[in-house]
Design a protein around this ligand. Structure first.
Ligand code: ADE
Length: 413
């Protein structure tokens, strides 16, 4: 059974490897140069095949690795096993961790006393700055993968509470323009469709949040034939949504007609009791935000007269008035809890940035102040050029004269 599972995980890793051209070329270079020789890296990332390829890349670059998941539901057990058995990696993660097990596993990464940390959502970094200050002094720097994590860390830094430099991987153009938009756009719908086996076409879909992730989900849902309503609190994003062709209105109006509600805000309390009261029978709720606090699951648990699992990742709540409301993957991010995470080619770019930022941190941490740092433009551009190359796309170059024209200020002819 273990053998079958690890073989499945190995195949998944090999499939990811075959489609991660950018990361593969970085790995080939790092294997020769060994820029991370002897460095201990503690990782808290969604433990699935693409993440596995990042861990293998860092190991081949000379690092010692310990990996836990950054979400109790997102681990691919076959991959976790294959990483242990076939690559000798220390992995502390399983699908369906309790909250206690989740923190136990994060703490196993901390027990390793990492020199550098790679986090997704900042739980590991927050744990180091609160309950595990004993291991904080050893950490020289970190990378943060996601919007929510970068927001938390900026807030720590503003309060003078962040005690090492962190690279905001999320904010690299080659990350958020693709991972957040096209990655979340595809994987949120993948998770929803795998969980439900229901149709998107012809449905009224409410997308809460029109950041890069919300933009991706709204555009993919529209592309599949849904009528999409966007809800927002930011007036500029609301106009963007309107001019992209979506209806825009407050949640309390939008939910009345909704067949499907997707939350993608990174904020809490997006779908609460007042909205659930207005929903149609059969409405299906799914979250793609990092944390499970966007949809009020606790309220559904409290008011439902009964609840039952109707599919692997769908819970049905029967309300007192006879309506049934469905929730995907307990309100945890459905991309990974019910689907397979972002497409491989997308994570190729995100994790190429992660690998290069790790190398950058190891080389430069002594001159970096505690706080949140942008990803250097050269890293973004290197990943873009490698990606274009892997796609077989070539582009034009500025002539010397054009470059001078763009850099000058006199009127040109
Ligand atoms: N796979 C690994 N990390 C991921 C992430 N942050 N989002 C989606 N899929 C992923």
């Amino acid at each position: 059974m273990d053998k079958e599972l690890s073989e499945k995980g190995l195949l998944r890793l090999q499939w990811a490897e075959a489609h991660m051209h950018v990361l593969r070329s970085i790995r080939e270079r790092m294997k020769k140069e060994r820029p991370l020789e002897g460095v201990r890296i503690g990782m808290a990332l969604h433990t699935e095949a693409k993440t596995g390829m990042l861990a293998i890349t860092l190991k081949d670059a000379g690092a010692e690795i310990r990996l836990a998941s950054c979400n109790p539901l997102s681990t691919d057990d076959s991959v976790a096993l294959a990483l242990r058995k076939n690559y000798g990696l220390e992995v502390y993660a399983k699908k369906g961790e309790t909250q206690e097990e989740y923190y136990e596993n994060l703490n196993k990464v901390i027990d390793f006393h990492p020199d550098f940390v790679i986090d997704d959502g900042a739980d590991l970094i927050v744990e180091l700055h609160s309950r595990r200050r004993d291991a904080l002094g050893n950490v020289k720097g970190a990378n943060e993968e996601t919007t929510t994590g970068v927001m938390r860390l900026r807030s720590m830094a503003e309060g003078g509470r962040l005690e090492f430099p962190v690279m905001a991987v999320n904010d690299a153009k080659m990350k958020f323009l693709f991972d957040n938009r096209y990655g979340t756009g595809q994987s949120a719908l993948d998770g929803w469709m795998t969980a439900t086996n229901l149709l998107i076409a012809g449905k009224r879909v409410v997308v809460a949040g029109y950041g890069w992730c919300g933009k991706g989900v709204a555009s993919r849902a529209k592309g599949m034939g849904a009528s999409v309503i966007v809800t927002e609190v930011d007036p500029i994003r609301a106009i963007e949504a309107k001019m992209d062709g979506f209806e825009v209105m407050p949640m309390a109006e939008a939910v009345k007609a909704a067949d499907i509600v997707f939350t993608v805000t990174g904020c809490k309390d997006i779908v609460g009791p007042e909205h659930i009261a207005l929903m149609k029978d059969g409405c299906v709720l799914g979250n793609s935000g990092h944390f499970d606090n966007e949809i009020d699951r606790r309220y559904l648990e409290e008011v439902a007269v009964s609840r039952r699992k109707v599919r692997d990742a769908v819970t049905e709540y029967l309300l007192g008035d006879g309506r049934k409301i469905y929730l995907i993957a307990e309100g945890r991010l459905m991309n990974l809890a019910a689907g397979q995470g972002h497409p491989v080619e997308i994570m190729d770019m995100s994790f190429a940035i992660q690998a290069l930022c790790t190398e950058h941190l190891v080389k430069n941490h002594t001159s970096m102040l505690n706080g949140v740092h942008p990803v250097p433009k050269e890293i973004d551009e290197m990943v873009a050029r490698l990606k274009l190359q892997s796609m077989g796309v070539s582009i034009d170059k500025l002539t010397e004269e054009q470059r001078r024209y763009l850099e000058g200020w006199e009127q040109g002819t």
